[in-house]
Design a protein around this ligand. Structure first.
Ligand code: PEP
Ligand code: MN
Length: 338
């Protein structure tokens, strides 16, 4: 970390700033010249918050050299992390497709969708049991009954399941029955939940927050990693921008940024990114082309009657065509698709 001090700073104020760092076991290297007063801070500065440094009047600017997300960073751990989910490998050259309805609605629906996405080549079944809805009057999910139906679909098809957790009290049940625990965009900074998920041994899919920067997202992953759970999969699901034509704006550059900065696998959700089923196939292909490690896609057997997110859900036959196309593209971009 490099800090530049204001020209007219008093010696007393300089001393206070020096002590702030040395009290934390860090060393100061004075690199000042006649015109500028600059200090290099040497040591592990990841715990230093920028706002605390700017609390000193005499600080002009601060430049971080070290990333604050130590465990998520590629600098500390250059080898790509590969997460094994019931034999399905996520990260490190494979391309894994998770698919299923936004919400589990009934036995017939989840079993029918599970069978069809499996036949098309999906390797993980998605389905929301607890739904985070904007309106309290909208369908909230079948909750524990939904979880039971997901287990029936798993039994029927052999597909591992991913579903969203909303609160810490559900962790024991999810650890027992769910193969990947999804943390939704709205909970990306629910630090209490993230800390609790850090203490378990279960893959976590961490969606990017609605308006989260890439650094905030990686810091959220850091909460889980810091607790000892190193099975984190990141998911870009579109961010809030001024654009209204699509539900969100898919930030494909975030996939590239994560690949540059982190060893964690990163997948894309083209359904929530766009909000339109017609855009899902091409956004999926683009995600594969930029090097994502997989996709999570909403598929519904009767989208017109879906209780949630029908407008962005692919019909099984469209999903099947997409899988055929992805299988053709994968070898060209160096990815293995099962
Ligand atoms: C979902 O996957 O159904 C969902 C609610 O996603 P997000 O948290 O990205 O909005
Ligand atoms: Mn949805």
């Amino acid at each position: 970390m490099i800090i530049r001090l204001k020209k007219n700073i008093s010696d007393v104020e300089v001393q206070k700033i020096v002590s702030f760092f040395t009290d934390k076991g860090l060393q100061i290297k004075d690199a000042s010249s006649d015109n500028v007063k600059v200090f290099g801070i040497i040591g592990d500065t990841s715990a230093i918050m920028e706002n605390d440094v700017y609390a000193f009047d005499g600080v002009e600017s601060l430049t971080r050299i070290q990333v604050p997300f130590k465990k998520a960073s590629k600098l500390m751990n250059p080898k790509p992390t590969v997460i094994d989910v019931c034999g399905v490998k996520i990260g490190g050259g494979s391309f894994v497709v998770m698919a299923g309805p936004c919400s589990v609605e009934s036995r017939e629906q989840i079993i029918s969708v599970a069978k069809s996405v499996k036949a098309s080549g999906a390797q993980i079944l998605r389905g929301g049991a607890y739904k985070p809805r904007t309106s309290p009057y909208a369908f909230q999910g079948l909750e524990l009954e939904g979880l039971d139906l997901l287990l029936e679909a798993k039994k029927e098809t052999g597909l591992p399941i991913i579903t969203e957790i909303q609160s810490e009290d559900l962790i024991p049940r999810f650890v027992k029955d769910v193969d990947i625990i999804q943390v939704g965009a709205r909970n990306m900074q629910n630090f209490h939940l993230l800390k609790a998920l850090g203490k378990i041994d279960k893959p976590i899919l961490l969606k990017r927050g609605l308006s989260a920067t890439i650094e905030e997202w990686l810091m959220a992953a850091e909460y889980i990693l810091a607790g000892g759970n190193n099975k984190v999969i990141l998911c870009e699901r579109g961010i809030r921008t001024f654009e209204k034509y699509t539900r969100n704006t898919l930030d494909l550059s975030a996939v590239l940024a994560v690949r540059e900065l982190s060893h964690l696998p990163v997948i894309v959700d083209p359904s929530h990114s766009s909000g339109k089923w017609s855009m899902v196939p091409d956004l999926s292909k683009a995600s594969l082309a930029v090097g994502a490690d997989g996709l999570i896609i909403e598929v519904h057997n009767n989208p017109e009657c879906a209780l949630c997110d029908g407008a962005q859900s692919l019909k099984p036959e469209k999903f099947d065509q997409l899988m055929t196309d992805l299988k053709k593209i994968a070898p060209i971009v160096g990815k293995k698709i099962a």
